[in-house]
Design a protein around this ligand. Structure first.
Ligand SMILES: Nc1ncnc2c1ncn2[C@@H]1O[C@H](COP(=O)(O)OP(=O)(O)OP(=O)(O)O)[C@@H](O)[C@H]1O
Ligand SMILES: [Mg+2]
Length: 599
C-alpha cells in the first residue's frame, strides 16, 4: 500500500469527528425514540389504571346492590322475625339459600346482628357463633364491631376498610353492612364479609403488561391494600415505592390520588430507580376512599433505546479504538518509511556528492588535458611559424657567413668587415632569440592576471601566424588603433586569437578563396571592449553552427583538427577571463566577437 497516497494524517482528523457527529445524531434520535416510548408507556398505564378503577367501582356498587336487595328480601325478613319468636332455628331451605347466595356472589361470610345489643343472630363462619356479642372483650376491637356501630348509628349501608383484624389472628378482613327494616322498624343489620379474591383478580390481571408493570390499591390510611401479588402487611418488601414503611405508602403520588386527583408522574422507588406512575382516586363509598396506581420501571420502558445507546457507544468506542490503532500503525509505518527515505536520500546525496566531486576532478583533469592538447596543437602551428620566422634570419646569417668566408679567401677581409658581420649576425641572432622568448612566454604563461595593451596582444598573435598567412596568400587587415590597457590573462587571449586565426585560415584554404582576408578591429564600449575578427572563408554551415563549441566537434580531416579549439577558447574567454565569445555567419565568412570587460 502506498502510504503517501493514503494520507492517513489527513484522514484521521476527519474520521474521528465524523464518528462523534454520528454518535450525537444517534443520541438525538434515541432521545426522540425515548420520548415516544415514555408517552406510549404512560398511555398504557393510564388505560390499565382507568380500566381497573372502573372494575373496582363497579364491584363495590354491585356489592351495595347485592346487600341492600338481600336486606329487603322476604327470606331475610322472615329469618329476622324468627329471631324474636320461639322458633329460632332456620329452615333447611333458608339455610341452603343463604349458603348458596354467599357462595354464588363470592362473599366470605354473611352475618345478621342485632342493631341494639350487638349480638350475632346469624353467621355462616365457624370462627364466630350465633349468640356472640360484639361488645364482648374479644370482639370489641374487631372490624365487625366497627361496621355494626357505623350502621347502627347511621342506619345506612356502610363499609369498614380492609385491615388486619386482631381478634381473628390478624387476618385481613373487610365488611359491608346494611340495616334490615321490617315494617319500617330497624330490626337487624345484615353484614357481608367481602372476599379480597375478586379485587385481587382485577388487580392481578396483567396480560401484556411486560416485566415490571404493577397495579396497586392504596387504602385511605396509606396502607397498600392489594397489589399484584400480595396484600396488606406482607407486601411491603415487594412494593418498590419510595418512603414505604411497613404497610404504608406515603409518596406524593398516593397523597395526590387519595386527595381525589389523578395524573402521571415519575417517582423513585426504594432502590432509587425511576418508575413511571399513573395514579387515580377510587371513591367507593362515603367512608371508603382508595387510590389506584399503575407503575412500570422506566429502564424497562427504555430498554430498547438504552440497549441501542449502549451498543452505539460501545461500538463507536471500539471503532474509534480500532481507527486510532490503525492510524497510529500507519503513522508509525509512515515515519519509518520517511526515516528510510531520508536515510536513502542521505546515502544517495553522499554518493552523489562524492560522484560529483570525482566528476569535477575528472572534468578538471579533462579540461587540463584539453587545454594541453589545445596548447600542443597551437605548438604545432607555432613551430611551423617559428620555422618560417627563422628561415629568413637563418638565410641572412648563412649569406653573411658565406660573404665573410669569401672575403677571407680573397684576402680582402678587413676588421671593418668582421665588425659589420658581428653586428649584423648579433642583430639576426637577437631577433631569433626574441622569437624563442615569445614562444616560451606563450607556453609557460604567468597564470596570474597582468595589465597589458590589447593592441599589443593582437599584434603578438598576428606575429605568430603572419608567415603561414603569407604562404597561403591571406591578407591580415588590422584596424586596431586603440592603446587601451586591460587587466586580464594576456597569453590566454593570444591563444584564443591564434585559434580563431587558424580557423579562419583553414576555412579560407578550404573555400579556395584567392582573396582571403581577415579583418581585425577593436571597438570600445562604455565598460567593455569588443575584438572582432571577420574572415571570408565561406562561413559555417547553419546546421552545425550551434555545435562548434562542443568539445571534439570538427569538420576537418583527422590530422587537421581535433575539435577542441573553439571549446577551449570559449572556456578561456567566459570562465577564465569573464568575457563573452560568439561566432556568427556574416557576409561571406565568419564574424568572431570577443567581449571583455575594461577595468
Ligand atoms: N572561421 C570559420 N569558418 C568556417 N568554419 C569554422 C570557422 N571556425 C570554426 N569553424 C568550424 O568549426 C569547427 C570547430 O572548430 P574548432 O576550432 O573547435 O576545431 P577545429 O578547428 O576543427 O580543430 P582544432 O582543435 O585543431 O582547432 C571547425 O571544424 C569548422 O568546421
Ligand atoms: Mg580550430
Amino acid at each position: 500500500m502506498n502510504i503517501h497516497k493514503l494520507k492517513i494524517r489527513k484522514v484521521a482528523p476527519v474520521v474521528v469527528p465524523f464518528i462523534i457527529f454520528m454518535m450525537l445524531l444517534t443520541g438525538l434520535s434515541l432521545g426522540k425514540v425515548k420520548k415516544i416510548l415514555i408517552e406510549q408507556a404512560y398511555s398504557k398505564l393510564t388505560t390499565s389504571r382507568d380500566m381497573k378503577k372502573q372494575q373496582i367501582e363497579e364491584f363495590f356498587s354491585r356489592t351495595v346492590v347485592d346487600i341492600e336487595i338481600l336486606a329487603k328480601s322476604q327470606c331475610i325478613k322472615s329469618l329476622v322475625n324468627s329471631f324474636d319468636s320461639s322458633n329460632r332455628y332456620l329452615s333447611y331451605q333458608q339455610e341452603e339459600f343463604l349458603q348458596n347466595y354467599t357462595k354464588r356472589y363470592n362473599y366470605m361470610n354473611m352475618l345478621i346482628i342485632s342493631p341494639s345489643s350487638g349480638i350475632i343472630k346469624y353467621t355462616q363462619s365457624k370462627i364466630l357463633k350465633t349468640g356472640d356479642n360484639l361488645n364482648s372483650e374479644k370482639l370489641k376491637d374487631s372490624l365487625l364491631n366497627k361496621v355494626w356501630q357505623r350502621v347502627a348509628k347511621s342506619k345506612e349501608t356502610r363499609f369498614v376498610d380492609m385491615k388486619p383484624d386482631k381478634p381473628f389472628g390478624g387476618r385481613t378482613m373487610m365488611f359491608v353492612a346494611t340495616p334490615i327494616y321490617i315494617n319500617d322498624k330497624f330490626q337487624a343489620i345484615l353484614v357481608f364479609q367481602i372476599s379480597d379474591s375478586s379485587l385481587s383478580k382485577i388487580i392481578n390481571f396483567g396480560e401484556g403488561y411486560g416485566e415490571t408493570q404493577k397495579d396497586y390499591i392504596i387504602g385511605s390510611d396509606s396502607s397498600v391494600d392489594i397489589n399484584g401479588t400480595q396484600c396488606a402487611l406482607t407486601h411491603s418488601t415487594r412494593v418498590s415505592i419510595l418512603n414505604l414503611k411497613i404497610g404504608k405508602c406515603t409518596t406524593d403520588v398516593t397523597q395526590h390520588a387519595l386527595c381525589g386527583q389523578h395524573g402521571k408522574q415519575v417517582v423513585k422507588n426504594c432502590d432509587g430507580e425511576r418508575v413511571l406512575s399513573a395514579y387515580s382516586s377510587l371513591e367507593i363509598a362515603q367512608d371508603l376512599n382508595w387510590a389506584i396506581i399503575s407503575e412500570i420501571d422506566e429502564k424497562v420502558v427504555l430498554s430498547i433505546p438504552n440497549n441501542i445507546r449502549d451498543a452505539t457507544i460501545r461500538d463507536s468506542m471500539l471503532f474509534i479504538f480500532i481507527i486510532t490503532v490503525v492510524i497510529l500503525f500507519f503513522i508509525y509505518k509512515e515515519s519509518k518509511y520517511e526515516e528510510a527515505v531520508t536515510q536513502k536520500n542521505q546515502e544517495m546525496n553522499e554518493t552523489l556528492q562524492s560522484r560529483v566531486a570525482q566528476e569535477v576532478i575528472k572534468n578538471r583533469e579533462h579540461q587540463e588535458l584539453l587545454f594541453q592538447q589545445s596548447k600542443m596543437a597551437s605548438m604545432g602551428e607555432m613551430i611551423g611559424n617559428i620555422a618560417h620566422q627563422w628561415r629568413q634570419p637563418l638565410n641572412a646569417l648563412s649569406a653573411l657567413n658565406v660573404g665573410l668566408a669569401m672575403r677571407y679567401k680573397a684576402g680582402k677581409l678587413t676588421n671593418n668587415d668582421v665588425a659589420v658581420f658581428k653586428e649584423k649576425s648579433n642583430h639576426i641572432i637577437q631577433k631569433m632569440s626574441d622569437t624563442i622568448n615569445d614562444f616560451r612566454n606563450f607556453f609557460y604563461p604567468e597564470k596570474s592576471v597582468e595589465r597589458f595593451r590589447v593592441d599589443r596582444a593582437i599584434d603578438d598573435a598576428i606575429n605568430f601566424i603572419k608567415d603561414s598567412y603569407r604562404i597561403n596568400n591571406i591578407k591580415i587587415v588590422n584596424y586596431t588603433s586603440c592603446e587601451l590597457d586591460i587587466e586580464n590573462h594576456k597569453n590566454e587571449l593570444i591563444q584564443v586569437l591564434l585559434n580563431i586565426f587558424n580557423n579562419s585560415k583553414d576555412a579560407i584554404k578550404e573555400f579556395n578563396s584567392q582573396n582571403g582576408v581577415v579583418i581585425i578591429d577593436v571597438i570600445i564600449l562604455e565598460n567593455s571592449l569588443k575584438i572582432t575578427i571577420q574572415d571570408n572563408g565561406g562561413g559555417i554551415d547553419q546546421e552545425i553552427i550551434d555545435r562548434v563549441f562542443e568539445p571534439y566537434f570538427t569538420t576537418k580531416f583527422k590530422d587537421e583538427g581535433t575539435g577542441i579549439g573553439l571549446y577551449m577558447s570559449k572556456m578561456i574567454i567566459e570562465e577564465s577571463m569573464g568575457g563573452k565569445l560568439k561566432l556568427e555567419n556574416r557576409d561571406s565568412g565568419v564574424l568572431t566577437t570577443i567581449k571583455l570587460a575594461i577595468n
